[in-house]
Structures are given as structure tokens and as C-alpha cells.
Design a protein around this ligand. Sequence first.
Ligand SMILES: O=C(O)CCC(=O)C(=O)O
Length: 214
Amino acid sequence: MENAEDADRPAAAAPPSREIRGFALHDGWLGPAEQAALVEDLRGVIAAAPLFSPITPYGKPMSVRMTSAGSLGWVSDRRGYRYAPLHPAGTPWPPIPERVLDVWRAVSGVARLPDCCLINFYGEGARMGMHQDRDEADFAWPVVSISLGDDALFRIGNLERGGRTESLWLRSGDVMVMGGSARLAYHGVDRVAFGSSTLLPRAGRINLTLRVAT
Ligand SMILES: O=C(O)CCC(=O)C(=O)O
């Protein structure tokens, strides 16, 4: 078990291949075999904690389906956005696969491990509106994103809603660290190029975001 001293000690982070507005990109961090192994791990997670279709607190259905691994999962319903210890079916979330934690260890630059891995599944036509990730207790911890499957057009905004934005394509195997000045930047996914990857047998995109929620 991690003690407080270990948790505080920063870990060395692999240098990113590029940085856009503080979003640190590791292009093609995971090779095809590693991506396939991760998908197998995620099949186990989804068997224990099935994907569900969340609704926003305003009653609008989200187009992505989601589930989580870890001691906490992110949920959204009429009661609001929050981290919850149980899946909507009332069961605990399965542990975060070790292979996923290995990515965090390599790129996050911190020794504390995430307590939530949010799994977003984008089927045909799914997207994610511009938002900030701000349901976590302490924004000093980064969020690490892993992309698997179809290419996604990811948009980066500003610390306030609106203003000039920049977009980039996230491809299968790409890893991105949202920390420091990027941690509270608005971001979203405008569209997914459905069928652009052969990683998932019926196409689609999986995005994992690793978060320290508490
Ligand atoms: O799918 C992505 O690349 C972004 C996901 C995201 O922004 C989120 O889960 O908060």
C-alpha cells in the first residue's frame, strides 16, 4: 500500500511528443498489441460494470455510453454530476486494470494513483460537448486520457467558456495529459470518424480518462 510519503513524491514523466495549450500529447504511445490487450482488459471491466447511457442534470441524454473502473465512478443523472462508489446497478466498480495504471505511471508525473478510470464509448454519431473536468476534489492532480479505436476530433478551448479554440485528431494509442494550465481548460469531442480504425470489431471509439477524484 502507498504511504503518504510515496504519494507526495513526484514521479518522472515521459516527455510528450507535442504540447498544445498545455495539453501534453504522447502520439502513438500504445502500439497495436498493447491497444488490443487493453481492449481485452476493458471487456472484463464492462462485463462486470456494463456501459450505461447517462442523462445530464437537465434531463438530456448524453450520446456517449459510459462506465468506470476504480473505487469511484463518474455518474450523471437528475441529481447532478458526481463520483459515486457504486455503478447505477448498485454493484461496486471493478478495479482499474494494471495495464491502464502503467500508462498513468509513465506519463502522469505524480506518484499517487488515480481512483477513477472513466470509460467513454462513442458509437456512430456520438460526441461530447465542451466542458471542464471539475468534479474532482483537487485540480493539482492531472487527468490522463487514453484513446482507443476510431479517430476523434478533439477541441481545446480556454479557461472560460467561449473564445478561440484549436482542434486536433486523437488516434488509437494516443495518450494525453491534462495537467497544470490545461487541467481546467474547456475541451470536447466534436466528432468521431466512425469506422476509421479496425481495433474494435464493430467500430467506435473508447476513451479512458484517469482521474484522482478525492
Ligand atoms: O473522449 C475524449 O477524448 C474526451 C473525454 C472527456 O473529455 C471526458 O471524459 O471528460
